[in-house]
Design a protein around this ligand. Structure first.
Ligand SMILES: C[S@@+](CC[C@H](N)C(=O)[O-])C[C@H]1O[C@@H](n2cnc3c(N)ncnc32)[C@H](O)[C@@H]1O
Length: 328
C-alpha cells in the first residue's frame, strides 16, 4: 500500500486511525509488508504482498480467490479485445469519464477489471474484496498511485464513514450470506450528495426454473475449489467440440448455457479466449457458497428503505442495477 493512503483506513472495530508498524520492503513510498496498528484497542492488521488484510486470507469466498487468481486477466478489456468492462462500468454508473479529485469505493472487486476502469477516470480508488482475489487485482492495478486495494469484509469495512464521493458494487451482493444487509452497509460510506451504484442477479420464476445451475450448485458449492476447478476444466474440454457445433444453431449459445457451458460468443468472443471465459464463468456458476437472486421490485425496496434519494433501477444483461444519491 502507498503510505499516502494510510489516511483512507481506520480500524474496522474502533473506527479510529491506524498507524504503520514494522514496515519493510518499502519501495518508492509503497509498503509491501508490515502491519497496521490501532492504538485504541491494540488490534493489528498485517500488510502482506502490499495489501492490508483485515480478514483471514482463506474464508467462505476462497473459491473466488482461486477463480480470479487463475483468471487474473481473462475479463480485462485489454486482454479479451472487447470493451465489456468499460461498457458495463459507464452504462451502469452513468458517471463521467473525468472523476479527478474524487474518492471512489469499489466493493467486491474480484480480479479488478472495474478497478482499472475507475482508476482511468483519475479518481482515487479504494478497492475491497473479501477473498484473496485482491492479489490478482494488486498485480494488475497495485502499481497505480491512485489505487488502494484491501482484503476486508463488506460487513466491517475499514474506512472512515461519510468520505466517498462514489461507491460501486458489481456482481457481489448475491454472493454474501445476507445481500440486503450487505447493500445496507454501503450508504454510510458516502459523503452527503454522494452517488451509489450497485447490482444484483435478477430472479424470475422462469429464469430460476430454466437455469441449470440452480439444480447443480447445491451439490458443487461444497466441493473444494481446486477440485471443482479441475473438474470444470475437464468438463469444458470434453464438451467443447459439441458446444462449438451447438453454437452454430439458432440460439445455440443458450443451449450451451443450459448444458452448463458458459458461452459468451454473443459478446463476439472467439477461440481460446471464448474457452477461457467458459472455464471462468462455469466455475463461477457452480462454486459460490451464496448465490441469491432477487426481483427488481425487491431490490428497489431495499434502496428505498435505505433512505437514499434520486433512485433509478433498471434491468440489464447482468441483473438489476440501482443508482441512487445520498441526501446532501
Ligand atoms: C462474482 S465476483 C465479482 C467481481 C467483480 N466485481 C466483477 O464483476 O468482475 C464477486 C466478488 O465478491 C466478493 N465477496 C463475496 N463476499 C464478500 C464480502 N463479504 N465482502 C467483500 N467482498 C465479498 C468475492 O470474493 C468475489 O471476488
Amino acid at each position: 500500500m502507498n503510505i499516502d493512503h494510510l489516511k483512507l483506513l481506520v480500524c474496522p472495530v474502533s473506527q479510529r486511525p491506524l498507524r504503520i508498524s514494522d514496515a519493510s520492503e518499502v519501495e518508492s513510498g509503497v509498503v509491501m509488508s508490515g502491519s497496521l496498528i490501532c492504538d485504541q484497542n491494540g488490534k493489528e492488521y498485517p500488510i502482506i504482498g502490499g495489501i492490508p488484510r483485515f480478514v483471514e486470507r482463506e474464508n467462505y469466498a476462497s473459491g473466488f480467490g482461486l477463480e480470479w487468481v487463475n483468471h487474473a486477466k481473462t475479463q480485462y478489456d485489454s486482454y479479451s479485445g472487447i470493451n465489456a468492462s468499460e461498457k458495463r462500468f459507464y452504462e451502469q454508473t452513468h458517471w463521467g469519464r473525468d472523476l479527478k479529485g474524487q474518492l471512489v469505493l469499489e466493493v467486491g472487486s474480484g480480479s479488478g477489471r472495474f478497478t482499472e476502469q475507475a482508476a482511468l477516470t483519475g479518481a482515487t480508488v479504494v478497492s475491497l474484496d473479501y477473498s484473496y482475489a485482491v492479489e490478482a487485482n494488486f498485480k494488475s492495478n497495485g502499481h497505480r498511485s491512485n489505487v488502494l486495494i484491501v482484503q476486508a469484509d463488506i460487513f466491517a469495512m475499514p474506512f472512515p464513514r461519510g468520505c466517498f464521493d462514489k461507491v460501486f458494487c458489481f456482481g457481489m451482493l448475491q454472493h454474501t450470506p445476507d445481500p440486503k444487509a450487505a447493500f445496507n452497509a454501503l450508504p454510510a460510506f458516502l459523503k452527503p450528495g454522494g452517488m451509489l451504484c450497485a447490482d444484483i442477479y435478477k430472479a424470475t420464476l422462469l429464469r430460476t426454473l430454466l437455469n441449470t445451475k440452480h439444480y447443480v450448485r447445491p451439490f458443487t458449492r461444497n466441493i473444494e475449489p481446486e477440485k471443482l476447478y479441475a473438474a470444470v476444466v475437464k468438463y469444458i474440454d470434453f464438451m467443447w467440440p459439441l458446444a462449438s457445433l451447438i453454437r452454430k444453431l439458432p440460439k445455440g449459445h443458450g443451449i450451451n448455457w443450459r448444458l452448463l457451458i458458459a458461452d459468451y460468443s454473443s459478446l463476439g468472443l472467439k477461440g481460446e479466449i471464448l474457452k477461457e471465459w467458459a472455464y471462468l464463468d462455469t466455475f463461477d456458476m457452480l462454486s459460490p457458497k451464496y448465490d441469491l437472486h432477487v426481483s427488481e421490485q425487491t431490490f428497489r425496496s431495499w434502496v428505498v428503505e435505505s433512505g437514499l434519494s434520486d433512485i433509478e433501477t433498471e434491468l440489464t444483461g447482468h441483473g438489476v442495477v440501482a443508482r441512487a444519491r445520498k441526501a446532501a
